[in-house]
Write a protein of this length. Sequence first.
Length: 222
Amino acid sequence: MTSTAEMQFLLGEICAEVRETREHTGCAKLSQRVLEAFAAVPRHAFLPEALRPAAYINRPLPIGHEQTISQPYIVALMTELLETEAEDVVLEVGTGSGYQAALLGRLVRQVYTLEIIAALAWQASGRLRDLGLGNVEVRQGDGHGGWPEHAPFDAIIVTAAAPAVPPALIEQLKPGGRMLIPLGPRHGGQELQLLRKDALGRISRKVVLPVVFVPLTGGAQS
Ligand code: SAM
C-alpha cells in the first residue's frame, strides 16, 4: 500500500470512530480543515524507524522513554474539539514525538509546546524544523507552570493525564478559550475533559470520553 492509500484508509477508520462515539463526544464529524491538516502530516516521520510500518494503524505506539504517540483517532478528535481558528495561539503540554504539535501548527498561527523529557523535546524540535513548521516552538520544561511569557492562549491541550487541572493552565487560558485535558489516576479511570472559560472568566467542564494516557509527571507528583 502506498503511504497515501494508508492515510486514506486511516482517515476512513477515524471518521467512522468519530461517528460511532458522537453521542459521548458531541462531535459527529471532523471538519474539512482538520481532515486536510491530518492528511498533510506524515505520522511516520514522528516514529522510531522500526515502528514506521505501523504509522498508519489506528493505535498508540511507543516513542521511547516509556512514552507514547497517541492513537490517531484521539489526536484527530482532540484537534477538532479544540475548535481552533487560523489566528489562534495554542499551548500544548506533552510534546512527545511532536506529532500533535505539527498538526496544530498547520491549523493555527503559533503553537508553543512543552515537554518534560529533554531527549524527546530535542528530537521533536528537530523533526518539526525538518518539516518546515516554523510556527511551532518546543521547550523542555514542566507543563504544570504553563508558558507565562506567551500567555494567554486561545486553546490549551494537555496530552498526559493529571489528577487535577494545573491552576496555571486555567490562568493562562483566554476568556473564550478551550482546554482539553485527560484527568484521573495513573492507571485506569481517566476521562478526557473539555473546559471552557467564558468572557467573565468562569470555567465550565464537559466529560468527553474515557481515555488512557501516560501520567503528567513533575509538579507536585515528582
Ligand atoms: N502529544 C504527543 C505526540 O503527539 O506525540 C504525545 C504525548 S505523550 C502521550 C505525553 C507526553 O507528555 C510525554 O512525552 C511525556 O514525557 C510528557 N509529559 C509528562 N508530564 C509532563 C509535564 N509535566 N510537562 C511536560 N510534558 C510532560
